[in-house]
Write a protein that binds this ligand. Structure first.
Ligand code: ZN
Length: 299
């Protein structure tokens, strides 16, 4: 292999600074264009928590809160924007928000928060997989004859007290995503699941436009594996009101919409869909379009 053809990221960046300013500008804009994915861990405090108290501060005591994904390969675009702003003055000009609507995510720590474009971007909430968080109980723990048992992570989140900040972020978010593996039934369906769907709908329905469910092929072993085989052939959803399938950009990861037939949808997803529609109709403010499905693909 010809070693002269290998360009390290550091060298590539130096070359980048030599490019004409208009070209640099274009690259930055390209980098930041389109709907972005912002990912957070939903942290559910418990009474016996002892670790991490220092870092999370007093907010931990007050209830459920959002935490940045503590991993170097977190594809969240808000981190990328922050890094860009610190890297280059040019980038800080380009990435200056021109959003018509913003939503704010409050993070643990003193007055830490980040905002994103509430019209286009998607807020992905990870449940039960955060280090130090609670793992979702397995199906084996489920008492089969107790119809009201709600062992799922969604129920745990709903049962715990919430911080005002978490509630506010969820209420204002227009495009909310959950990982399919976090919400889809791993246990026998029970009345409690329908109850959870209704309660979750209450918390997110206001101003909600699209509810996404994300399948991550690298980690997910759930029933949505079949989504992987569905390729967006024509890239357009047919019928009335045709539109392009959504493509949500993460850093190094792209979330592509796939179509999942209504009858193939998980029951929790169907209940949540119905509950959001019903509640918006009841309040007389209907903004909800539909449930959509995304497959995460590493670039
Ligand atoms: Zn999946």
């Amino acid at each position: 292999m010809d070693s002269s053809s290998v360009v390290s990221p550091a060298t590539a960046f130096l070359y980048f600074a030599d490019l004409p300013i208009e070209l640099q500008f274009q690259v930055w804009e390209e980098c930041l264009a389109g709907p972005s994915m912002h990912i957070f861990d939903v942290r559910i405090p418990s009474s016996d928590d002892s670790g991490d108290r220092q870092r999370d501060g007093p907010r931990r005591k007050h209830g459920v809160f959002l935490d940045p994904v503590r991993s170097v390969d977190d594809p969240s675009m808000y981190k990328h924007r922050q890094a860009l702003r610190q890297t280059s003055r040019l980038a800080s000009l380009v990435s200056k928000p021109t959003w018509r609507a913003t939503n704010t995510v409050y993070l643990p720590g003193r007055r830490e928060a980040t905002a994103y474009d509430n019209d286009a971007d998607v807020l992905l909430l990870r449940l039960g997989a955060a280090p130090g968080g609670h793992a979702a109980p397995t199906g084996d723990d489920h008492p089969k004859d107790d119809l009201l048992a709600r062992p799922g992570i969604v129920g745990m989140m709903l049962d715990a007290p919430w911080t005002a900040e978490f509630a506010e972020t969820l209420r204002a978010a227009r495009r909310v995503a959950f990982r399919a593996a976090d919400v889809q039934g791993k246990t026998p369906w029970c009345v409690g699941d329908a109850f959870d769907a209704m309660r979750l709908a209450c918390c997110i329905q206001q101003d909600l436009e699209v509810l996404y469910f994300v399948h991550e092929p690298s980690v997910c072993k759930c029933g949505c594996r079949e989504w992987e085989t569905k390729r967006p052939q024509d890239n357009v959803v047919g019928g009335r009101g045709r539109r392009e399938l959504d493509v949500i950009q993460g850093m190094g990861r792209t979330y592509r919409e796939v179509r999942v037939k209504r009858k193939n949808r998980d029951r929790f997803v169907r209940y949540l869909d119905a509950a959001v529609r019903q509640q918006q109709q009841d309040t007389g403010r209907v903004t909800f379009k539909e449930v959509r499905f995304l497959v995460a693909v590493d670039d």
